[in-house]
Ligand binder design. Sequence first.
Ligand SMILES: *Cc1c(COP(=O)(O)O)cnc(C)c1O
Length: 462
Amino acid sequence: MRTPPPLAGGAQGPDALQPLLTTALDALREGAAARGGPLPPGGPTTVAARLHEAATPLLPHHGTGARTALRTLVHATAQGAADPAEPLCAAHLHCPPLALAAAADLAASALNPSLDSWDQAPAASALEALLTTTLATEVHGRGDALITTGGTESNQLALLLARERATAHGRTPRILTGANAHHSLHRAAWLLGLPTPVTLPTPTGTLDPATLATALAAHTADDTDLLVTATAGTTDAGLIDPLTDIADLCATHGARLHVDAAYGGGLLFSDTHRAKLHGLDRADSVTLDLHKLGWQPAAAGILTVRDATDTHTLTHRADYLNADDDTEAGLPDLLGRSLRTTRRPDALKIAVTLKALGRTGLGALVDHVCDQAHHLADAITAHPHFDLYATPTISTVLFRPTHADDDHIAHIRRKLLTEGTAVLGRAQLEGRRWLKATLLNPHTTPDDLTTLLKLVEGTSPR
Ligand SMILES: *Cc1c(COP(=O)(O)O)cnc(C)c1O
């Protein structure tokens, strides 16, 4: 019998990994060079055809061996990537991961701790506990946090915790949210069997305290627990709801407050921008997403809670993972830290990043992308043929060519995608379509932004 392929872990693992890593890294380098831009030219049919040619047959009778498979598929994936490390790949909250975070993630994959029981993750679970306490303290000055797969799962958990609080008191939760909120909140309400959230109009882009005050008064009832969800960093425009006013209103009306800071949460690291999140500490729960302004490879989501007992509602028993006598004997009970069972140690890459860069290092990255957004906004304002939506609050810049209609805006975006020259997003705000540049690359320079505007100008009507 042939010897089975080498393993990633153990004392021998690194020696087996080393040559494979060389192959993978060479394929990444060569794939990126073959692409030659922020994404592959040609559009979906061309990209899929090239991928199929390289990848098929995907399940051959006899395998190709590790080196060939790794080289071929890593190269094809890199050549066909929309790579956020390229400054002109700036559509979404899709960040370029730091090399050190990706290296830590490789170590996590090699060790493969699973965070559903202590006997699968002795040190990783201790590191996760340290990280969650650190992050909760950073946000609330107290409390606890759970690691999630991202903003979507964090928002889902926030609604679940609110629902369980309400039902424990025999009441129904009633969610009040802005029209500017992330779509995942509505899905979470649907998934959890909650009444459809009351959606308040946000014509200025953020939740208006007077509108919220009226809605809170209108929905107050003995059998109802009110939950307000606010946003710190809207996905489309990067706007921040007035958190202090909202926290005051929630206190007055006895409403629970969840703040979705999936995008804006990273501002906490910056001395310059932290004040924009004033009031965030008063929220009962906060969604953070360090695969946005945190430069982590996905996934790196977090839900923080002010009151550490809030998470107890996730307590769950499975004899093989957290038998009562094991817990009583001192083995940490991890099953209540998530709704998932097998769970990756996403804490490792986050912890490595926090420790390596510190608050000032992360703050400098945040400051850079916010500065670049201002630079781009200034260039748009100074340009005779472009209109700017608003001065950026975080690092999103919305703009449109003055003489383009909505169809043309969509066409410009798709033309750049098909050419492979730039990845811009789109947003529908104030009844009009805008091009969206979400700047998350800490290496972006003013020259990159000049190039970006020239590309848009080259495809715009006059
Ligand atoms: C990105 C985003 C989410 C969703 O986060 P995922 O990590 O993609 O699940 C939720 N809320 C806001 C405001 C976001 O920007």
